[in-house]
Write a protein that binds this ligand. Structure first.
Ligand code: ADP
Ligand code: MG
Length: 719
């Protein structure tokens, strides 16, 4: 069995389970092994009841002092039990578990683990897990994996398959030389995979992560190095000249470029006119006005009789750009003949688009990465702009070269990356920075609050909607994850009664989550909740990445057209969306996001003339959590925030929502794993100076690995 072996070779995986895995994008044993846990459940030692603070998950050890109350409403049975230790007492609430009356004997000692809440002076836990002291001891300091599941697949089943895969999979030879492993303190891939799924302790987990993150960064930087060698000093096949079109466009625009925009436009113009192929990155904070600069470059290209393409990471963003351009063409009579090209278009629409691109009838192609697929034949592609993406891969370049063109490349990024990292991550590009916002902007007003603030926030949103404005509400999850939809999750828990195994499934139809508050808000449920609390005329809708492209498009269009007032969404709106009428950004579970990402989200508002507001709601009100979030109050400057993020988030920060955005590595996070990024960069540089062709024996496995990666085109899958 190796990484390519189909999953069905594992014991217990039949057709039904295979289909479930397919939904998770897992088809092979290798893909299963790379399906890392979403987070880990950590079992810390029990605390005294008086130390159990509200809002935190903890374990307490106490004696059962009696049943407080028992009642039944509909098909929900509620049992309240009181426990105490020498420092205080705690109320435990159990749903649909009437048998506990008998199991939890008065005077018995147990460990109870759950989220502590307070109601008045009383502290309570809902649906805690129950352990005997000895069983808890065994779990103590263990980290149990929790996966992002799909309906029908439990966390336990996944762990079972994972153990099998780890036992039977034969791994490819080590790709790094002994020297690289030793100098960077890297464990083997097998050890790393074992420990990422089943860590012995925090330390083992960190070490595993280090190896896997190193792999991701290394592969990425290696490709980038190749890219750099490939594209440096490439002779330009398209030497453009400035025409009256851009000048006229600028004169007719209702605003004038900021000084920073003007400077960057100048730099781009010089590139386009020069003898070498442009390879430039434009970095600018959200709302700094990058689109217009890109459009100027595309306009200059079209005016010279060539084609330009603008590539966006999402269909939603591509469509928005397309509509912006159409608007400008109408208003200012620009020479653009734009065409949209996305993956979700019908075969017929696509064919028509291909035809117009091949004939040169279209001189501006806007779309997702569909626009560089094999089938697209350009007539004279001279400029490719990628928006909100920092990378234009060597494969993508090669692909275009195969089509006979070597276009200029302009990459636009809103990810504010501290300089030390930018040098590494953008090593192959010239960098321009738009370091100034248009002057008509009012600074966004921010607040960082706990969940108790919600009613106020809803009233505020209703008021803004009354004024004709719109709002976003961001939740970290799409829907309630499978393992929280009832029943017990994870291992451990409930070891006392024979024959009452977890698998027999004590189901909780009520859908009350096991550890309330530890779970995250989700878009689907939240939308329902908002509909019920906001006045009925307020139009609420949701948007998330799992929706069908057509539906996403419709929702985004309706929001842009103001048919929707409040949009509940995952971070898919993080990227580039421009609806200047939206003035409220409310982020739930803000504690789960990186500051840089929160800043990106904030950038969705404050894009027009109206005062805008950002409400960051944290479900965890611990001081250090709130302090971190309050950095967002201090500054609206993305660079400052990114560097604070880097300073505050140590590599120990493993839990929570992953930093998404342009640098979407599977595990690695350019901020919190900055140290590993630097190590990987050093090794890549060393290999390129000592053995650029990977010809040496010690680099043979590495060469094979890189070739496979390039073949499968996984290198720029998400980047
Ligand atoms: P981003 O840099 O985040 O991509 P956009 O290009 O989407 O920002 O610009 C945000 C908004 O600012 C758009 O509505 C755009 O028309 C407007 N804008 C761009 N440049 C200026 C400027 N110099 N003055 C005023 N508004 C501007
Ligand atoms: Mg943008």
């Amino acid at each position: 069995m190796n990484g390519q072996t189909p999953l069905t070779e594992l014991k217990g995986i039949g057709e039904k389970t295979r289909k479930l895995f397919e939904k998770l994008g897992v088809h092979t044993v290798g893909e299963l092994l790379a399906f890392y846990p979403r987070d880990y459940e950590a079992f810390q030692g029990p605390v005294k009841i008086c130390q159990a603070s509200s809002g935190e998950v903890c374990a307490v050890q106490g004696a059962v002092s009696g049943i407080q109350s028992e009642k039944r409403t509909g098909n929900l049975h509620i049992l309240n039990i009181r426990v105490s230790d020498d420092t205080g007492c705690l109320l435990l609430t159990f749903f649909n578990m009437p048998f506990l009356k008998k199991t939890l004997k008065r005077g018995g000692f147990y460990v109870f683990r759950g989220m502590v809440q307070s109601r008045g002076a009383e502290r309570l836990m809902e649906q805690p897990k129950i352990f005997s002291y000895d069983d808890y001891r065994k779990l103590e300091n263990k980290l149990l994996p929790r996966y992002s599941l799909t309906k029908g697949l439990t966390n336990q089943a996944l762990q079972k398959y994972m153990r099998q895969a780890l036992t039977f999979c034969e791994f490819a030879p080590e790709i790094y030389s002994g020297a690289i492993l030793a100098e960077n303190g890297l464990m083997s891939e097998r050890e790393a995979l074992e420990a990422i799924h089943f860590p012995e302790d925090q330390e083992g987990l960190l070490a595993a992560r280090k190896r896997l993150v190193f792999d991701e960064f290394f592969a990425f930087l290696f490709q980038m190095r190749r890219n750099k060698d490939f594209s440096r000093q490439l002779e330009s096949g398209f030497r453009l000249t400035e025409t009256a079109d851009t000048v006229r466009f600028l004169e007719r625009l209702p605003f004038s470029l900021t000084e920073a925009q003007g400077k960057v436009w100048q730099e781009i113009k010089e590139d386009l006119e020069g003898a070498c192929c442009m390879n430039r990155l434009v970095q600018g904070d959200v709302g700094s006005g990058k689109t217009i600069v890109a459009l100027l470059a595309l306009l200059m290209t079209a005016a010279n009789g060539y084609q330009g393409a603008m590539m966006a990471p999402t269909e939603v963003l591509a469509l928005q750009h397309f509509e912006t351009v159409q608007g400008y063409v109408k208003k200012y009579g620009l020479v653009f003949r734009p065409v949209l090209l996305t993956g979700s278009m019908s075969a017929g629409e696509r064919r028509e688009a291909y035809r117009r691109i091949a004939s040169g009838e279209a001189n501006l192609v806007i779309g997702t990465h569909a626009l560089i697929q094999e089938k697209v034949q350009y007539r004279s592609l001279a400029l490719v702009v990628t928006d909100e993406q920092h990378r234009f891969g060597v494969r993508q370049r090669e692909r275009l070269a195969e089509k006979g063109s070597q276009p200029h490349i302009l990459v636009m990024s809103a990810t504010p990356i501290p300089r030390t990292l930018a040098i590494i991550l953008y090593g192959d590009l010239q960098i321009s920075v738009i370091d100034q916002l248009p002057s008509n902007r009012l600074p966004i007003k921010n607040c960082v609050v706990g969940t108790a603030y919600r009613p106020t926030a809803y009233r505020f949103i209703a008021k803004e909607v009354e004024k004709g404005r719109q709002a976003y509400v961001i939740c970290p999850q799409v829907e309630r994850p499978e393992d929280e939809q009832g029943g017990f999750s994870g291992e451990g828990g409930f070891p006392m009664e024979k024959g009452m195994s977890m698998e027999s499934g004590i189901s909780m139809e009520s859908g009350i989550s096991m550890e309330k508050g530890m779970s995250m808000e989700n878009v689907v449920d939240y939308t329902e909740k908002l509909k019920s609390v906001l006045p009925s005329h307020v139009q609420v809708a949701y948007l998330h990445g799992k929706m069908r492209p057509g539906d996403k498009k419709r929702i985004m269009e309706e929001f842009a057209a103001h048919a929707i007032d409040v949009l509940v969404s995952t971070t898919v709106v993080e990227v580039g969306i421009n609806v200047p009428n939206a003035t409220v950004m409310m982020v739930e579970n803000a504690e789960r996001f990186g500051l840089a990402q929160l800043h990106q989200l904030r950038g969705r508002v404050g894009r027009g003339e109206h005062q805008s507001y950002c409400i960051f709601v944290s479900a965890n009100e611990k001081e250090e959590v709130m302090e971190r979030l309050k950095i967002l109050n201090k500054s609206n400057d993305g660079f400052f925030i990114a560097s604070e993020d880097l300073r505050l988030r140590g590599p120990g920060e493993l839990l929570g929502v992953r930093q998404s955005g342009e640098f979407s590595f599977q595990l690695g996070d350019i901020y919190s794993d900055a140290a590993v990024l630097q190590l990987a960069s050093r090794e890549v540089e060393r290999i390129f100076s000592e053995d650029p062709g990977l010809a040496r024996e010690e680099n043979r496995a590495l060469r094979q690995y890189m070739e496979d990666k390039a073949k499968n085109n996984v290198d720029f899958r998400s980047i």
